[in-house]
Ligand binder design. Structure first.
Ligand SMILES: Nc1ncnc2c1ncn2[C@@H]1O[C@H](COP(=O)(O)OP(=O)(O)O)[C@@H](O)[C@H]1O
Ligand SMILES: O=C(O)[C@H](O)[C@@H](O)[C@H](O)[C@H](O)COP(=O)(O)O
Length: 229
């Protein structure tokens, strides 16, 4: 008799514990929207690599050259390098575009229409100098819930001059390459959000390396790449 009342007490205590202390819900992962800037001097492969990366991961591709005013394009078409002043408005436009993405798709949206594109973005931008990269970083900080990463496509000047020379239908010719290397501030060790990928090899190898490294960073950070698949 004494045993069964002790058991009842225990059951009541257990019931109370369940009512008053429900188990902790599984931790909610906070996913971030990502923007990847594919960077480097002219003809390093930004557009080619960024388009393929965006297609492979189902991210939105944005061509940074489209944000140049006509005066900048005309200048580069003549083989003249841009100045910091020429680039200021262009960088500002890119920075503003960091926040111009569609909202995250709702998980239970049952509408028959195709889902909106995933909110992550891949954007080309030469981003030759550290303070240009800092402008883009500041845009992400201002946006609050945004992560950005850079891929620097790394190749020697003569190789890029050759690739620029054989490239067809582009406003930037090989005469622009040298000035871009003069302006270039290679990403330093203190810029931990930059991935360096060599382009002095087959395009497929560059491409595979970029995709794997981008996925790896996103998985390590918050798993947002996999969670949106
Ligand atoms: N390993 C490589 N990585 C990147 N681009 C390469 C590679 N090999 C050849 N290319 C070529 O380099 C050329 C320049 O690429 P492009 O995307 O126009 O450069 P950017 O946008 O940086 O000016 C393209 O024709 C591209 O196919
Ligand atoms: O910072 C700059 O001087 C320009 O942005 C420059 O890098 C321009 O984008 C390329 O010279 C032409 O375009 P591609 O980089 O696509 O060749």
């Amino acid at each position: 008799m004494g045993d069964s009342s002790a058991l009842l007490d225990l059951q009541e205590q257990a019931a109370e514990t369940i009512v008053t202390h429900p188990p902790d819900p599984p931790p909610q992962r906070h996913l971030h929207r990502w923007i990847w800037f594919i960077t480097g001097p002219t003809a390093c492969g930004k557009t080619t690599v960024a388009k393929a990366l965006a297609a492979e991961l189902d991210f939105t591709f944005v061509e940074g050259d489209d944000f140049h005013p006509k005066a900048n394009v005309d200048k580069m078409s003549r083989g003249e390098p841009l100045t910091d002043d020429d680039r200021a408005g262009w960088l500002q436009a890119l920075r503003e575009h960091e926040t111009a993405q569609p909202p995250r798709p709702k998980p239970n949206d049952s509408s028959a229409s195709p889902p909106p594109p995933l909110p992550h973005m891949v954007m080309t931008c030469s981003a030759l100098k550290q303070h240009y990269r800092d402008v883009l970083r500041a845009g992400a900080v201002a946006a609050g819930d945004l992560r950005i990463g850079f891929v620097f496509l790394d190749g020697p000047e003569p190789l890029l001059a050759t690739r620029a020379a054989v490239r067809k239908g582009h406003f930037a010719g090989p005469e622009l390459v040298h000035s871009q290397f003069l302006a270039l501030e290679r990403p330093g060790d203190d810029e931990g959000d930059v991935i360096l990928v060599g382009v002095d090899r087959a395009l497929e190898d560059t491409q595979r390396d970029v995709t794997n490294k981008v996925k790896e960073v996103m998985m390590r950070d918050d798993g947002s790449y996999l969670a949106l698949q």
